[in-house]
Design a protein around this ligand. Structure first.
Ligand code: SF4
Length: 240
């Protein structure tokens, strides 16, 4: 399930270039205006029987169509942390390109982190990995993973893998998507095998270079095409 407490976003780094929240389409549809959605307090909303609308035991993918750590959401995020704390029976999955803003608006009782939050730090290239991952590893977070998405070049994650649980990789989607090379994906997978980390090749993206040929892949087949490589390494736990 997805929970988007706010909507809108704007470019943060190289991987944002073709995001639909950024650029001419964003301006046209107003998606770069950051505002609360009508689902802002969804996890703590109750029905007439005083039961939560969202039952426990779920995974809520939070802010997958915006960014959890946007400066415009600093005040709102304080309320979100409180809701997350209240719903210990739900796992909140947060993916961000702004991990350097993690400590802004953190609650006083954060301590070593809440058990029910799994944070994914996105890194699209080596420079961003070398900037974001040392910060990511320095913060008190109990469960963390790396998302190479969109993967724009070969990345050496070796120095950072010890402190994380899992890596996901995806190519870029869209009409102007940049190529993803299957060799880069294989290389990251090998790094994960060496350090005993789980791995998920989530999507090929629109352009996949494979054995010297570039394949254009229909948006509806990018996930199934990635599955065909049989690259995933799982420990049986569900991430999404
Ligand atoms: S941070 Fe994410 S949602 Fe925001 S512009 Fe970049 S890719 Fe899009």
């Amino acid at each position: 399930m997805n929970w988007e407490p706010w909507t809108g976003c704007y470019k943060e780094s190289d991987g944002c270039d073709n995001c639909y929240f950024y650029g001419p389409h964003a301006k046209r549809f107003g998606q770069n205006v950051i505002e609360k959605t009508d689902k802002f307090d969804w996890p703590v909303r109750k029905n007439a029987k005083d039961e939560y609308n969202i039952k426990g035991g779920k995974i809520l993918a939070t802010c997958f169509a915006t960014d959890f750590f946007l400066p415009e959401a600093d005040e709102w995020r304080k309320e979100i942390w409180a809701m997350i704390k209240k719903r210990q029976d739900i796992d909140f999955l947060i993916l961000t390109k702004r991990i350097d803003r993690f400590e802004v608006s953190l609650p006083d009782d954060w301590g070593d982190g809440y058990n029910n939050i799994n944070i994914g730090c996105t890194v699209e290239n080596q420079a961003l990995a070398d900037f974001r991952l040392p910060l990511f590893l320095s913060y008190p977070i109990k469960r963390r993973f790396i998302a190479c998405s969109p993967l724009l070049e070969q990345i050496d994650l070796t120095p950072y893998l010890q402190g994380i649980d899992h890596v996901t990789v995806a190519g870029e989607s869209g009409r102007d998507a940049r190529e993803c090379n299957i060799d880069w994906v294989k290389n990251i997978r090998e790094q994960c095998i060496k350090q005993n980390k789980t791995f998920w090749f989530k999507s090929t993206g629109s352009l996949l270079k494979c054995n010297g040929t570039v394949e254009r892949i229909n948006p509806f087949k990018q996930v199934s095409r990635a599955k065909e490589f049989d690259f995933d390494i799982s420990d049986g736990k569900k991430l999404f």
